[in-house]
Design a protein around this ligand. Structure first.
Ligand code: ANZ
Ligand code: ZN
Length: 838
């Protein structure tokens, strides 16, 4: 913050010193008051500069798509976590960038518009307004000066610009390919948007359709997307999901000559060493050589089989429970390992979209091949044996490693050893294939970024000149999807018909739009330079803040947004627009919050919790704290109304304690000697207790263990309430309020400012310190008991866990135990450890 702005903000603080009447905790009133103060000068208090000398952190939330339903409690969970970190690290002396924006293009927004019959241009700003108000009503410390919106032409200008760069580098291309078509959303979907053969959004069974599409060559980045996972601190399960999705397979390509023809069939195999057991070949039905090599009398039946297969998605074709089907082509190939003549089949379990679309089938060692061979009575030959002996009868495929058998010169070798040798022997070559497919990038829907390409009958695809960006999405009345292979934009003749920028002849615009993931692929960059008219981001500014230090959001994006964003980031890295290899250093997935009934929150179940109602009843501080108290951030947990009351009572008690102690009159009465020593004792205890609380809360916040940080504070409050009032000084109350402030900022600010004479916004104060020495040195005397009788006492450090105490004490009581089994251990921290063995 600039000095001038800062002074202004502090001045407003001083003006708002008026006490709340009758000093009762009134969350609604104080929360409004503080939110108003924070909003001064467009949230100058939470603004991070473009450049700064201080240590700094970029803490990012996954920005929401502003649906009609408003914020749900899952959003609030992640956003509160990042807000706690933001406030905490600011108090620790860091500059923190913590921005927010709107992911407003795409199906969710458009479907909502269709439902309400209000055009997306009208409904989206309305939803954004509501979302923003809700976020502000939670007191989140966002830098609203950096707000972005993916549907703003000044934003999507750069989304289109990135597309043009991809196009120029040959990484965006058009092709007619079989794609996933959702008959309900009436658009093509990317593979990543299809879960178990169904549309990720509406759960409708996806159909296969072959149409002209734009694709992005994400496969060109497969290796780097895989390797660079080692550079980032992400949950292992997300890394595994990405690894599996990219699906790197090392193996070999081997050619089989077709008998009687001068043609070769290339297969991809990960087990080349099994080639002596390859008793037939299988091609994908759509393999280009199929009709060429099929014997005339089999053409008709083959043709029919191909048509059937084409109607099924790859998912359906690979279903394990499916009975194997296939057709023999009447043709044969020569196995290059043993010169055997083996039949060539087609079957839908072999996919054209993977490897070479052709396999050598080894039924003894691959389950799918085994089932197929059984179905059609094809020979099964063992070539790898777990122990080197031959089986009499093969009842199950053996898919492991072992000793080579029935494999000519390779018999007796281990299968691992044989691998390379056999590749060489049959003239194959090593090959790597990926499961990852290029990203189908066009949608037949209205509400997305127009693709900046003009289609000219003479020049073909002509990219728009960069100076003509943004290509604005025109307003239209009929934005319903057409169900045809194009978006409703195709009906807008004034928009579609243009002159070719190259040859001036009549041409047409591309009418497909970009998918909803486009805008979110790079939004974290735009926050760093949201108003730049010349570049998508200034190089120095991105260098200052990237990569994102902590990224918090749901796990559902593991292979969608998080993969796509990494891909674009690497592309921008190659263009030297960004200087880090990876966009997000650390990823944290918040757990799902289930309904009170333990089921997923859903409208039809009626178990959805409305955050607005909770705020109205208890206040935002309670909601924030409650969601953090529910359990570990990353765990799945159920909503529980009792818990809310508990948190609300806690905040009320904090309020009462601070207000009562800070407003109590100084008593003139002289204290007795006894009272004095009691207070002195309490003072000493309080000091070490406070130190320990600071340590625990600090460590917990840094480790994102917000639930245990909160229970520590609750515990601390209990103890404070038990102490003689005189022994609690104002500085103790200040510490309490500072520790509470990242979790419950409004009440903390009100208490600090109105009752504790603090004159600055809390995030500008220093986080309380603890001295490790003070904590270490305090000791306590434990009574060591056997069956409730004290046998010994021992001096130990305060605050040890039960395990640690047991470790020290057990050797001392060995002689009492005399091999008897301990039944139970009763542990009272810092006081008693009692071993019961009767
Ligand atoms: C012979 C063999 C013997 C195979 C054996 C496996 C075990 P991943 O790990 O998924 O890459 N395959 C190759 N291309 C295929 C396609 N287009 N459609 C269906 N299956 C295909 O698996 C690679 C293995 O899957 C390849 O190795 C091939 O079968 C099969 F004991 O070749 B294997
Ligand atoms: Zn759908």
């Amino acid at each position: 913050m600039k000095k001038k702005e800062e002074n202004k903000v502090i001045k407003t603080f001083l003006k708002t010193k008026k006490k709340e009447k009758k000093d009762k905790y009134n969350p609604l009133k104080i929360e409004k008051k503080w939110q108003k103060i924070w909003a001064k000068n467009n949230y100058a208090l939470f603004h991070a500069p473009d450049f700064c000398k201080k240590k700094h952190l970029y803490i990012l939330d996954m920005f929401p798509y502003p649906s009609g339903e408003g914020l749900h409690v899952g959003h609030i969970e992640g956003y509160t976590a990042s807000d706690i970190l933001t406030r905490y690290y600011r108090m620790k002396g860091y500059e923190v960038l913590h921005p927010m924006g709107w992911d407003a293009f795409g199906l969710p927004a458009e479907n909502y518009a269709l439902k309400t019959k209000i055009p997306p241009q009208k409904i989206v700003p309305k939803n954004i307004k509501r979302f923003k108000k809700q976020l502000q009503s939670l007191g989140f410390a966002y830098d609203w000066q950096r707000e972005i919106n993916t549907t703003d032409p000044n934003y999507y200008k750069w989304t289109q610009w990135i597309f043009l760069q991809l196009y120029k580098k040959g990484l965006a291309y058009e092709a007619e390919v079989p794609v996933n078509w959702c008959p309900s959303c009436l658009t093509v979907l990317a593979d990543e948007e299809v879960k178990d053969g169904k549309c990720e959004r509406c759960r409708t069974e996806v159909k296969r359709k072959k149409i002209r599409q734009w694709l992005l060559k994400i496969t060109a980045y497969a290796d780097r997307l895989l390797e660079d996972l080692d550079l980032i601190d992400w949950p292992e399960r997300v890394k595994i999901m990405q690894r599996n999705w990219i699906g790197r397979s090392e193996g070999a390509e081997i050619e089989f000559k077709i008998d009687g023809l001068n043609e070769y069939l290339k297969v991809f195999t990960t087990r080349p060493e099994t080639i002596f057991g390859a008793t037939y070949l299988v091609l994908a039905p759509e393999h280009p050589l199929v009709l060429k090599i099929t014997k005339d009398d089999r053409k008709e039946i083959v043709q029919r089989y191909i048509e059937e297969a084409l109607n099924q998605s790859d998912f359906e074709r690979q279903l394990k429970i499916k009975e194997k089907t296939g057709v023999f082509l009447g043709a044969y190939a020569i196995n290059p390992a043993n010169r055997e003549r083996i039949p060539i089949w087609i079957s839908d379990y072999v996919l054209m979209s993977y490897g070479t679309g052709a396999i050598m089938a080894v039924p003894a060692h691959d389950r799918r091949d085994f089932e197929f061979a059984k179905q059609f009575s094809l020979p099964i030959r063992e070539v790898i044996s777990p122990d080197g002996t031959l089986k009499e009868k093969i009842e199950e495929p053996y898919e492991g490693e072992g000793i080579m058998v029935n494999s000519g010169p390779f018999n007796g070798l281990s299968s691992q050893e044989a691998k390379e040798k056999i590749i060489f022997y049959v003239g194959g070559k090593k090959a790597v294939y990926y499961k990852l497919r290029d990203w189908v990038f066009s949608r037949q829907r209205y509400w997305g970024e127009p693709i900046p390409i003009i289609k000219c009958p003479k020049c073909g695809n002509v990219p728009l000149d960069e100076k003509d960006l943004p290509l604005k999405l025109p307003k239209i009345e009929k934005f319903q999807p057409t169900g045809k292979n194009e978006s409703p934009l195709a009906d807008l003749s004034f928009w579609v018909n243009v002159k070719c920028p190259k040859c001036q002849s009549p041409a047409k615009r591309e009418t497909n739009t970009m998918p909803q993931w486009a805008g979110s692929c790079w939004y974290y960059l735009r926050y760093l330079d949201p108003k730049n008219k010349k570049k998508l981001v200034d190089f120095k500014k991105q260098k200052e803040w990237l990569p994102v230090n902590i990224y918090i959001g749901g796990v559902e994006h593991a292979v969608l947004h998080l993969l796509y964003a990494r891909f674009w980031h690497k592309f921008l890295y190659d263009l030297k627009i960004v200087s880090s290899k990876e966009p997000f250093l650390r990823l944290v997935n918040q757990g799902i919050i289930l309904g009170e009934d333990g089921e997923k929150m859903s409208k039809s179940r009626g178990n959805v919790v409305n955050p607005d109602e909770i705020i109205k009843k208890y206040g935002a501080d309670t909601l924030r704290m409650y969601e953090m108290f529910l359990g570990p951030l990353t765990a799945t947990k159920s909503w529980n109304t009792h818990g809310i009351n508990g948190v609300y009572r806690f905040l009320n008690r904090v309020w009462d304690l601070v207000v009562n102690l800070s407003t109590q009159k100084k008593e003139k009465k002289k204290l007795s000697k006894e009272e004095k020593t009691k207070i002195k004792e309490a003072l000493k205890n309080l000091e070490t207790l406070e130190q320990r609380v600071i340590k625990k809360v600090t460590e917990d916040i840094e480790k994102l263990r917000f639930n245990t940080a909160i229970s520590t504070l609750m515990d601390y409050l209990n103890k404070l309430e038990e102490l003689p009032k005189k022994s609690i000084k104002e500085k103790n109350l200040r510490t309490l309020v500072l520790l509470l402030s990242p979790f419950a900022p409004h009440i903390s600010e009100e208490l600090a400012h109105t009752y504790l004479k603090i004159k600055k916004p809390l995030i500008q104060l220093k986080w309380p310190n603890y001295e490790i020495e003070k904590i270490k040195e305090t000791k306590t005397v434990y009574a060591v008991q056997i069956n409730g009788k004290t046998k010994k006492t021992i001096e130990l450090l305060q605050g040890l866990s039960q395990k640690e105490v047991e470790k020290r004490v057990l050797p001392l009581i060995e002689k009492y135990l005399k091999n008897q089994k301990i039944k139970k251990i009763i542990f009272v921290q810092d006081k008693i450890i009692n071993f019961v063995f009767k």
